[in-house]
Design a protein around this ligand. Sequence first.
Ligand code: ATP
Length: 917
Amino acid sequence: MRAEIFLCLHRSLFLSWENIIKENKLEKSFYQIDQKQLATDLQTDLKEGLSKTAAAERLSQNGENALTAKKKKSLLSKFVDQFKDLMIGILLAAAFVAALTGEQTDALFILAIVVINAIFGVFQESKSENAIDALKKMATPKATVIRDGLAEQVPATNLVTGDLVSLEAGDVVPADLRLVDVANLRVEEAALTGESVPVEKTDKILTDGKLALGDQRNLAFMNAHVVYGRAMGIVVATGMQTEVGQIAGALQGQDETKTPLQENLKSLSKVLTYLILAIALLTFVIGYFTQNMPVIDLVLTAISLAVAAIPEGLPAIVTITLALGTARMAKKAALVRKLPAVETLGSTDIIGSDKTGTLTQNKMTVEKVVLKGEIVDLSVQNPFESADLSTAANRLADVMALNNDSQFTAEGLVGDPTETALIDFNEKYRPEQLALLRKQERLQEIPFDSERKLMTTIYGADEAYQVTVKGAPDAILSRVKNVWDKDQIRPLTDEDLASYQKMNGDLADQALRVLAFAEKSVEHLPAEAKSAEMEADLTLIGFVAMIDPERPEVAESVAQAKAAGIRPMMITGDHPQTAAAIAGRLGILEEDDDRDKTVMTGAALDELSDESFEKRVEDVKVYARVAPAHKVRIVQAWQQKGKVVAMTGDGVNDAPALKAADIGVAMGITGTEVSKEAADMVLADDNFSTIVTAIKEGRKVFSNIQKALQYLLASNLAEVIAIFTMTLLGWEVLAPVMILWINLVTDTLPAIALGLEPAQPNSMQQKPRGKTANFLSGGVGPAIIWQGALQAAIVLTVYGLALAFPDHSGTALVHGDALTMAFMTLGLMQMVNAINVKSVHQSGLNASAFKNHFFNAALLFSLLAMMAVVVIKPLNPIFHVTNLDPYQWSIVIAASLAIIVVVELVKWVQRTFFNRG
Ligand code: ATP
């Protein structure tokens, strides 16, 4: 006894709660501790949870409940990383050669450019990282915690040891929990234990000795998925203290995924690098043997070529454009969880969308009820005031209140809108009874799931246990034996059944969501409620019909999607007639659509083989009464046809479909944490229209990346052709510093600015680009080649003319002037060409051409920076240029602008005679 007292004192006086945990971990494991003892040890309460102040204190003392991800790279290591590039190696070699040949200024300048490039690289990397971090923050999972006796949703990172957490199907377990109140909880914890079948959990103490994790059944571990049931649990470990946190290396290998585009680019860059080394070698050989050029000049030329041809800025531009795209999407409520999704989004062909909450508002209101075989319109009649109906109405309302999981919290009534509507109904007509009913203790339950489409609860005491069932009318009617009629129970006849089925259909046709209610009493409380026994031989009480208005903006988005060649489909657990009625109002179904072909039920789908379904899949626009597993089949059938499928989902069972889809879309508000984890994108507002907006953004991002690519590759090609030809002709070749300067100025601002271009006006009138399209599709590849060649041709013409007609105004044109003119023309023309690449086939000078102010500023700044090296005399020697006179400038400017005239002309010919764009 003394020892115990001492231990107690010792505990409360000398040990922080954190040490207590450590101590417990050493002596006893959490599964071996009695609930009350645990609550005392962790200074919490099994019903009320922690107080808000205690939770805040613990949070500030012990930090966030987060698995610390890979250590962030420091700025310095990011900077050093920039030098690990082959390109930089070549440039450093160039600086070395320049220094050897006595060209100190060249050497220093090359080094300066390398450093500026690296700084710019660090800047871009950090900017992309910040955008992605911001996204991650927005996607932090939420947890329901009871503090000061009230339930509230908090970011899971705010949980602390001792917090009382509520779990339900679809949740990702937010920390390690000792379960204290379990109702049919089943948890999938394969990632931790390797056990792929969900494990049944308990709240009982386990007194055995050392148990393997998989056998610690009264604990739920962080990151496991709740697939069924409900429970309360006390947080016993957070963050890195949790079991997953402790697994060494668990967090490694979580490298950010590269998008297909980034992968393609990586291989393209590799190929280009080798190709260019080969061309450089060839130039060297030709120059040496045919032109007798000095070796040093040839080395410098080869280096110029390499500098010219390797698109060093590309990967960074792509990453930053994608990252900025995700930031823009986030502002419009589409949170992209995986970067590749930004790219895939733009090519979406099919959107399979849930109905409830995504196409509709998920604001349910009970409009009609069916009592004693009659439809009662609540806007016309109050059944509680009718002598004939009041008993049945009260019985129905009782079951509505009892068979209900919604909860009164600090923020008011929360829960599934289908269920809160039933409470609202009670509150409106009989608030006192509602208060009494809510006090009753639920003894057993079989939670709702979208396979059974039923939910059951058991209340009562001593041989009068009341089983109440609610669910989809078809599911209930097939389990009903009796019916409540004339305030008494009698067997259900075939006529009754037919009449109820007809009423169900009629209500569904009015776009109403119908729920049926039934009950029975049993003498013995089952040890565990099983569907087969409890949901059979029921007595039907009545129906409730609710309106769930469509979201007002969805019809417009459906029309937009259709115009963009995207097919919107409704996939719902609701009745086919309700589904069809709403799909008709939204334009998913058209007036003259044959409903037999365009509406398919899950049951009908089950009867089709994969082959026969593939034949029918193109007809169907509405799938009703489907279970989540059907969604996977629908996704796969379309993918078989080579289509890119976006699919929404909110429940725990939707995760496989979300993973199978090209774009899995989860719901931010009503979605379960499991579905969010499986998704590529989360809709912060649950709204279908947001998907269409995101697709529009996705198309824009892709086409802007193409613009930047076309711009940079055409410029590089022009440089290579020009240098190669100059060598062949024995002309003085552009120096590495010139090429470096052009690339520094063009690769940075104008290229990024192209990534920020607004969407093209017709972007949502074009068909999806298709799965096989890549960044060279849509005429971009050929445009790079002819525009690159054209630029080179113009530069060489200017150079050739300047060499051929040296004396234009009495002053002799020296060689240096011709080279300077070629250099300036090449640089300025590339920038002017940025206007051309705004559209592959449309005019670059249309009404919206200069709406992107960042682009305008970037272009102006770059043009001035380019000209500065010639205009500002002290800079001339660094760049090996001479100062041009007005006559020479006018030739340079005219030649640079010529690129717009010629390209516009070619585009016009392409549009007019070849039907392009
Ligand atoms: P969607 O799939 O478009 O979100 P949904 O909400 O109708 O539509 P489910 O949640 O799978 O899809 O529900 C299927 C059916 O189950 C509903 O049409 C309704 O009849 C019934 N149902 C829905 N919620 C409950 C509930 N809480 N209790 C009992 N039955 C329910």
